[in-house]
Design a protein around this ligand. Structure first.
Ligand code: FES
Ligand SMILES: [Fe+2]
Length: 444
């Protein structure tokens, strides 16, 4: 985008975001999307994947960061590197598959330049004669694959930032780091393992519409009411006949039984950089034999007191802006990959708690299939709303999007904004996301 265009756009942006509403162009203008990629997604820490996706040296997995094709690869030293998926010779993509093994080194399919897994040049065919008298060779930086400016691994979750400057990953995550601690702590071995493969859904809407939905506590009992009611009918029937209904029915019926007033009892905790935590967990602590057996494995691993602390963490959802939605108590993770102003890919993953009984994994799988997968009506109903929102925002039927629910009742506590009592359905998370968005977009 020409510099003058960027400067003009930057001036207008300050008028696009107000504390309780934003202009529709924020979701529909392709030039704004380009600037978002530059100033947000290609600068901040973006989730690449879990290290268990690349268990052995040479294993790789590709990932898109902003507009950049990247590859996450395990080196012989065990470290996970994040590189641009591009050969420095003539620009060929280094790997064409989504994932696989590169063996002992990367070898470009075009002219056979080879690279170590940290990106350093390993060899060029007939390098000595071919490059004699030129500055090019193993020590020339232009001959190596470019690395992400920064890459860090927190408890197995790999992030990269394409900017050399900025906060460390831990400082960037702040309190939202609980997403990974809560998920890993629930494993008797203190680690999780990703379950291959994920669902991939392309939504015909802007990426921010998905993120705004994640902690929207007003919508579940409306959008998902029909699913919840149908599941509740079946649940009651099974209960009448057999004495108890499987927990999986509760996962769906909760959309009808947890009504708007109950959602208001929950709370959102909104943090700098756009992150947010929704407290309250609909599964709570069931007392079925599977849960009790699982609790015993945690007691054996950590003792009674620590087990209570671990299972007492009361969060429903953690949003890590600008690209991650984590439901740690059920080991679910959704990564958002913007593809264009009106196109967004979400990767829907789930994890296995290492050392936990198989029944606990089946519970996570049930939630994955019943609530988060594209095969469920829950996801389909959300997707329909996302598409309809994008259509409405693209029209001339109005200029603003409103985030005014419970506006003015937020409680500022240091750097955190907390929703007041009985304001769980507040639009504070959306206000917080847009506040972070405006700050990122204003930074040159
Ligand atoms: S483009 Fe990769 S070796 Fe030539
Ligand atoms: Fe939803």
């Amino acid at each position: 985008m020409p510099q003058q265009r960027v400067a003009d756009l930057s001036c207008r942006l300050s008028e696009y975001v107000e504390p309780d509403r934003v202009r529709r162009e924020v979701y529909t203008d392709p030039a704004i999307f380009e600037l978002e990629m530059r100033r947000i997604h290609e600068r901040v820490w973006i989730y690449c994947g879990h290290e268990s996706q690349v268990p052995k040296a040479g294993d790789y997995y590709v990932v898109q960061i902003g507009r950049q094709p990247m590859v996450m690869v395990r080196g012989a030293d065990g470290k996970v590197n994040v590189l641009y998926n591009r050969c420095p010779h003539r620009g060929n993509m280094m790997v064409g598959d989504r994932h696989g093994s590169s063996g002992e080194f990367f070898r470009c399919s075009y002219h056979a330049w080879t690279f170590h897994h940290d990106g350093r040049l390993r060899s060029i065919p007939m390098m000595e004669s071919g490059y004699a008298g030129t500055p090019y060779g193993k020590d020339h930086p232009d001959c190596s694959m470019k690395r992400a400016a920064r890459a860090e691994n927190y408890r197995g979750f790999v992030f990269a930032s394409l900017s050399p400057e900025g906060l460390s990953l831990v400082d960037f995550l702040g309190k939202a780091i609980v997403a990974f601690d809560d998920m890993c702590d629930r494993a008797p071995q203190g680690e999780v393992e990703i379950v291959p493969n994920c669902f991939r859904v392309i939504q015909k809407s802007n990426w921010k519409i998905f993120l705004e939905n994640q902690l929207d506590a007003l919508h579940p009992s409306v959008t998902h009411q029909s699913t919840g009611r149908a599941a509740h009918e079946v649940e009651k029937d099974i209960e009448k006949k057999s004495g108890h209904a499987p927990l999986s029915y509760h996962m769906l019926s909760a959309f009808a039984t947890v009504t708007i007033d109950k959602w208001d009892n929950f709370q959102t905790l909104n943090y700098p950089h756009g992150h947010c935590i929704l407290t309250g967990y609909m599964g709570l602590r069931p007392k079925d034999p599977d849960t009790l057996a699982y609790e015993k494995t945690l007691v054996d691993a950590y003792g009674e007191k620590r087990m209570e602390e671990i299972l007492g963490v009361n969060i429903h959802h953690v949003l890590i802006y600008p690209g991650l939605s984590v439901q740690s108590p059920l080991q679910q993770l959704r990564a958002v990959r913007p593809l264009g102003v009106d196109r967004t890919l979400t990767e829907i993953w789930h994890f296995r708690l290492k050392g936990a009984p198989e029944a606990i994994y089946r519970r996570s799988l049930a939630y994955y299939n019943l609530v988060n997968s594209p095969a469920t009506l829950v996801n389909a109903d959300d997707l329909e709303n996302f598409w309809k929102c994008h259509q409405g925002l693209s029209s001339e039927g109005g200029d603003w999007v409103s985030f005014a629910r419970h506006f003015g009742r937020d409680l500022q506590k240091g750097e955190m904004v907390e929703t007041a009592a009985n304001c769980g359905t507040s639009e504070a998370p959306m206000r917080n996301q847009m506040k972070a968005w405006a700050r990122y977009m204003a930074a040159q």
